[in-house]
Design a protein around this ligand. Structure first.
Ligand SMILES: Nc1nc2c(ncn2[C@@H]2O[C@H](COP(=O)(O)OP(=O)(O)O)[C@@H](O)[C@H]2O)c(=O)[nH]1
Ligand SMILES: [Mg+2]
Length: 304
């Protein structure tokens, strides 16, 4: 197996075990009965697919089964796989600004994996021979700035930071200005994920967004929301709130390798209509992979 395939298979191992792997029991040799549909429904819900999406999957699958005259539950496997695949968006190819730099603001709640994802993304873009800059605008936590500096040193990527407890807007401004002056291809900016109230957090994000456009018109060019896959449907609620505040252009889904149930991937696409650009399949630098629906579905089902 290629490195690439084995990364998806091993990364999704836990997810497969806790959720989708149990489908094997449903896809037995028996005839399809109302029990088959009930079992399928409960497994999909347990896999964090969410009620609305589960209902829609069942409806489509039942229609296909009827149209194709399928009677054996074993044949449901392929029908379900095809339906799930059709729900996932292949992420659009990443487009760099014609005139560099490309500025990416990375947002999300504390602990979702923003800072480590920025490090992994920095590594990813370095592999594409791009010159990268980091901005440490999560000024509320000294540890967050230190964490990004640590990654910057390891990867040999410069980090723009300000004073601890200082104005995040000032760091964003300095990062964008410096990205232009240093002629980097791309800047990734870390942001705070927690303020006293959600309203404050969203206001802060709007402000940071406006400030990013001052030194460079059109910036930020992307706003990526980091979601922790292990938080399941809660992540969808978070995504809605962030989407109201700023124009989220892509999702980074972390911790798919932890005991996430994986099903929220389908709700993200269905309810938010925002592409998943990257997924975190482990803790290593090269464990951040461009989201690939085929590999994802195959990884979820590989033992069934
Ligand atoms: N297993 C796993 N752990 C991750 C992944 N992404 C982030 N983490 C861990 O999640 C924790 C929080 O990450 P951090 O980047 O500090 O989150 P932040 O508060 O949003 O900046 C850290 O312990 C990371 O190592 C992932 O894709 N897989
Ligand atoms: Mg952080």
């Amino acid at each position: 197996m290629s490195d690439f395939l084995s990364k998806w298979k091993s990364g999704l191992e836990k997810t497969r075990k806790v959720a989708f792997g149990t489908l094997a029991g449903v896809f037995g040799a028996s005839e399809i009965s109302s029990d088959t549909w009930d079992d399928l429904e409960s497994i999909l819900i347990q896999a964090d697919i969410g009620l609305a999406t589960t209902e829609s999957i069942l409806k489509n699958t039942k229609a296909t089964v009827k149209a194709e005259g399928i009677t054996k539950s074993a044949e449901l496997h392929a029908v379900l796989k095809a339906d799930l695949k059709s729900r996932l968006m292949v992420p659009p190819a990443f487009v760099y600004q014609h005139t560099p730099p490309t500025i990416i603001l990375v947002v999300g709640v504390n602990g979702s994996g923003k800072t480590t994802s920025i490090a992994k993304l920095g590594y990813h873009f370095q592999q594409e021979h791009k010159k990268v800059l980091f901005g440490a605008a999560d000024t509320y936590r000294a540890a967050a700035v230190e964490q990004l500096k640590h990654w910057g040193e390891k990867l040999n990527i410069p980090v723009i930071s300000g004073q601890s407890g200082g104005d995040p807007g000032a760091v964003v401004y300095d990062t964008v200005e410096s990205a232009v002056a240093k002629h980097v291809d791309l800047a990734l900016i870390d942001t705070a994920g927690r303020l006293h109230t959600r309203f404050n957090l969203m206001e802060e994000l709007r402000k940071v967004y406006r400030v990013a456009g001052k030194p460079l018109e059109g910036s930020p060019h992307h706003i990526w929301l980091v979601l922790d896959a292990t938080t399941g449907q809660n992540a969808i609620q978070q995504a809605r709130a962030f989407k109201e505040a700023v124009n989220i252009s892509g999702i980074i889904l972390t911790k798919l390798d932890s005991s996430s149930k994986g099903g929220m991937v389908f709700s993200i696409q269905e309810e938010l209509g925002v592409p998943i650009y990257f997924v975190g399949l482990g803790e290593k630098m090269d464990d951040m992979q461009i989201f690939n629906p085929d590999l994802f579905i195959d990884g979820l089902f590989s033992n069934t």
